[in-house]
Design a protein around this ligand. Structure first.
Ligand code: ADP
Length: 195
């Protein structure tokens, strides 16, 4: 099964993606996580993207698309994968389509959440991480967050229509309790597989 999760920062993509990845035994490919490990490892790629990531900007389409192309070519993704954080622009979506060739995405799952709730959620997440002794994400501050939300509106939101036109979109309300959202997604996937 080949899936894409769409949704603004704080919508709960990571949480829901983890549930689906476990249920269907497909790798959860989070581009944000991949890029954060490059930054943490101090690789050449990491050094070149650290500033943009911290300020909440997108990194170049070509750069992220090449990272994704390499990752989905690995054997564990042959039977399926779940992309979280990619595509984020129409150019990335076109690239993904050309990469997959005749294979189609099974479903694009979009979590829809009110922006005021998103800001609260992310600030709470950062505060809880700090309280637990962890380090908050470098980009979980209010300026970067506002930037990420506004970039989402201009660059990523057009993908709703893009995938709607292809008949691949499943939108659901991400404000609902976690288990409720998970049930909605798993139910739709089971239906898709004729279970
Ligand atoms: P968010 O919480 O904003 O959904 P992610 O963890 O998915 O964050 O991504 C964090 C950052 O990594 C983004 O703000 C961006 O700088 C970079 N990034 C991740 N995926 C992409 C992508 N598909 N295109 C461009 N930049 C990306």
């Amino acid at each position: 099964m080949k899936l894409v999760f769409l949704g603004p920062p704080g919508a709960g993509k990571g949480t829901q993606a983890a549930v689906v990845s476990k249920e269907y035994r497909i790798p959860h490919l989070s581009t944000g996580d991949m890029l954060r490990s490059e930054v943490a490892a101090g690789s050449q790629l990491g050094a070149s993207i650290a500033d943009d990531m911290q300020s909440g900007k997108l990194i170049a389409d070509e750069t992220i698309s090449s990272v994704v192309a390499h990752r989905i070519a690995l054997p564990d993704a042959a039977a399926g994968f779940l992309l979280d954080g990619y595509p984020r622009t129409v150019r990335q979506a076109d690239f993904l389509e050309s990469l997959l060739g005749s294979v189609k995405l099974d479903l694009v799952i979009e979590l829809v959440v009110d922006p005021t709730i998103l800001i609260e959620r992310i600030q709470r997440r950062a505060a809880m991480t700090l309280a637990g002794g962890g380090a908050a994400r470098a980009d979980d501050n209010i300026d970067s967050l506002r930037k990420r939300l506004s970039i989402y509106q201009t660059e990523t939101a057009p993908l709703t229509e893009y995938y709607q036109r292809k008949g691949q979109l499943f939108r659901l309300n991400g404000d609902a309790p976690l288990e409720f959202v998970s049930r909605g997604i798993v139910g739709r996937l089971a239906h898709l597989r004729g279970q």
